[in-house]
Design a protein around this ligand. Structure first.
Ligand code: URA
Length: 215
């Protein structure tokens, strides 16, 4: 497993506004989209491309284009939806599959209530988007769904991560998918999880901050 923590003042600046409890939902949504576009730039560094011959107004030349099969973006409902627009801006030709995973607020165990992934993900590069890598349980289940369907690689893009969650995903991968290519891209690696499973300092409940408390 590779872990990439973005180290860029613009990202930290935007994250600081997100963390601030006074930031209202409309600004929060806008910033999430901007942040994802910045993180997606890093996350797509290994996206599969092929050569293409084109003619510029001056000469014939060879460039690169995204190759087939197209990448698959998987937002984890509901908070991951807030990251979808930013991700598709950078990968407009990607397809989108959906996973609805909710964690039980007492046990912190993830529960899958919707799975709209294609049955066959052979040779596909999968990009899972979820703002918060907290316990790692949701990401572990999502990664399992992708690899069980034959995905070639999985890249997870999260705004914030907790060290406990990163360790959990790492040990899950080592025991279940040791040969698979997984990259985790974080906007920041925070200090810890609290007793309620929230990332500290974090930004609170990402879904609530994006969409309010109606569920
Ligand atoms: N999910 C959230 O929305 N926030 C956290 O801090 C942890 C999990």
């Amino acid at each position: 497993m590779r872990l990439t923590v973005a180290n860029h003042p613009l990202i930290t600046h935007k994250l600081t506004i997100l963390r601030d409890e006074r930031t209202p939902s409309p600004i929060f949504r806008l910033l999430v989209e901007e942040l994802v576009t910045l993180l997606a730039y890093e996350a797509t560094r290994d996206v599969r491309v092929e050569s293409v011959s084109i003619k510029t107004p001056v000469t014939q030349t060879v460039g690169l284009q995204l190759s087939h099969p197209r990448p698959l973006i998987v937002p984890i409902l509901r908070a991951g939806l807030g990251m979808l627009e930013g991700m598709t801006k950078l990968l407009p030709s990607a397809e989108v599959g959906f996973l609805g995973i909710k964690r039980d607020e007492e046990t912190l165990e993830p529960f899958t209530y919707a799975n709209r992934l294609p049955d066959d993900l052979a040779n596909r590069q999968v990009f899972i988007i979820d703002p918060m890598l907290a316990t790692g349980g949701t990401l572990n289940d999502s990664i399992d769904y992708a690899f069980e369907r034959g995905a070639e690689s999985v890249t997870c893009v999260c705004l914030l991560g907790a060290p406990e969650g990163v360790e959990n995903v790492k040990s899950h991968l080592n025991s279940k998918w040791p040969a698979k290519d997984v990259n985790i891209v974080l906007g920041a690696l925070d200090e810890k999880l609290n007793e309620l499973g929230y990332i500290v300092p974090g930004l609170g409940d990402a879904g609530d901050r994006l969409y309010g408390t109606a569920q």
